[in-house]
Design a protein around this ligand. Structure first.
Ligand SMILES: [Zn+2]
Length: 449
């Protein structure tokens, strides 16, 4: 045992010259994570698949079939949870009418997102965090509105994670507000997410993070025979889509192309998810999305919000956007039998731990600056207290410029710090931290003189 410890220490010295601060887990988050149930997730997906199709263009009047019945069912689930929340969780179907667009909408359409809001308990805290999945499903032909389109994984998996997080989290209270949303119209052109993102922007809602879950409950690839239920991907944009021209010079000069807000959220998701979920590695992918595919996080980043996409490690294209059929002995279609509910459970836990850690955290430190008045080999950072939330102090984060992840986490109760590391050689950021150890998102300093 002693020998083992020694080896580890030596390894640490050579590989990374920093040591990680050990973060205590928040017992409430641990408790909620344990409550995530593979059986519940499976039952939600079975219920969704039973609607035959959930095409956004399908019937809205049939009580048993189509998108209308499916969204009423999601609403009824949220309303069940409302009772246990002491009235803090409220749910609606938020509708808008869209004209035919000559693309994937062939006639005027009533589009409905099912939105549950768990109101924050701190009246001074106006932050909102959002978890999303898309309720709609599709056939090979995206305009087919009647044939079966089970959509067990795409995106029954994402919606079931949203419902399970709402079930568990609505039994607890958080200073910040959490929105649980099952959107429609993803397959017809990200319509529901665009409607929601534009609305939040118009209302100047302080939406700080979006976790978009789409295809995250199956563990195997179509061609390469890889089975993997221990890794999940988080996609994040590098250069921000929003106001890039305005910010490009600063990003270029300071080397911040890897430190946009979506990328910071991805790092946060990885650190927090791996803290609370066993046997799950969160793999950051340095791009906004996959080739030939889009997702509901994109309308949010286009509107200037911080959003990432969460998707399984290996996709199976025989099971996505495919009519149910057998060809040469191969079963096509997005069927429940191809799901891995233990994997989906872990991925739901990863979402829940992140939402809870964010919503329990104080708000971000304000006015974070790095002092560049002097040519020296130090780094002087300063910041101001967060606007809302009880905080015990701050973490100063530090990493080498080539490192994907923060390597050092320094706790302080002060609002400034001087470190014997040259600001030229490292990236820095600051987080607020609550009494229970919940961190805010990281803020990269601006240059102060
Ligand atoms: Zn999808």
């Amino acid at each position: 045992m002693r020998k083992f410890k020694l080896t580890l220490t030596v390894l640490f010295c050579f590989s990374i010259s920093f040591s990680q601060t050990i973060i205590e887990k928040d017992p409430l988050i641990e408790k909620m994570v344990k409550e995530v149930s593979a059986d519940s997730l499976q039952s939600y997906i079975k219920s969704m698949v039973a609607f035959g199709t959930r095409s956004t263009l399908s019937t809205q009047t049939d009580p048993n079939n189509g998108i209308g019945a499916a969204r009423l069912w999601v609403l009824s689930k949220f309303n069940q949870f409302t009772k246990q929340s002491g009235g803090r969780l409220t749910a609606i179907i938020d509708t808008t009418t869209l004209p035919a667009d000559g693309k994937r909408v062939d006639a005027p359409l009533v589009l409905g997102n099912v939105v549950a809001t768990l109101k924050g308990t701190d009246p001074r805290d106006n932050r909102v965090f959002l978890i999303s999945g898309h309720l709609d499903s599709r056939r090979t032909n995206v305009m087919d509105k009647t044939g079966d389109a089970p959509g067990a994984n795409d995106d029954g998996s994402g919606v079931s994670a949203v419902i399970e997080c709402a079930r568990i989290m609505s039994q607890h209270s958080f200073p910040a507000t959490i929105i649980f949303i099952a959107v429609s119209g993803e397959e017809q052109g990200l319509l529901g997410a665009t409607f929601m993102a534009n609305k939040l922007k118009k209302d100047s809602v302080n939406l700080e993070a979006v976790l978009n879950n789409d295809i995250m409950g199956s563990n195997n690839s179509s061609e390469t025979n890889i089975i993997d239920n221990t890794r999940i991907r988080v996609f994040s944009e590098g250069l921000p889509a929003y106001e890039l021209d305005k910010n490009a010079a600063n990003i270029r000069q300071l080397g911040l192309e890897n430190d946009g807000r979506a990328r910071q959220l991805a790092r946060y998701v990885k650190e927090t998810g791996e803290r609370y979920v066993d046997n799950l590695q969160i793999v950051m992918v340095y791009r906004n999305d996959r080739f030939l595919r889009g997702g509901d996080h994109t309308p949010y980043v286009m509107d200037g919000f911080t959003a990432v996409r969460i998707t399984e490690m290996n996709e199976n294209y025989n099971h996505q956007h495919q009519d149910i059929r057998k060809e040469n002995g191969v079963q096509y279609g997005d069927l429940t039998e191809f799901m891995d509910f233990e994997y989906l459970r872990k991925n739901t836990c990863m979402n829940l731990s992140n939402l809870a850690n964010l919503a329990k955290s104080p708000s971000m430190p304000q006015d974070v600056k790095v002092d560049v008045k002097k040519l020296d080999n130090y780094t002087a950072l300063s910041w101001a207290n967060p606007k809302s939330g009880k905080f015990k102090g701050f973490y100063v984060l530090m990493r080498e410029t080539t490192s994907a992840l923060w390597q050092k986490k320094i706790f302080t109760t002060q609002t400034s710090i001087s470190l014997p590391y040259s600001k030229d050689n490292y990236f820095f950021a600051v987080q607020s931290v609550s009494e229970d150890g919940n961190e805010s998102l990281a803020v990269v300093p601006v240059v102060g003189r």
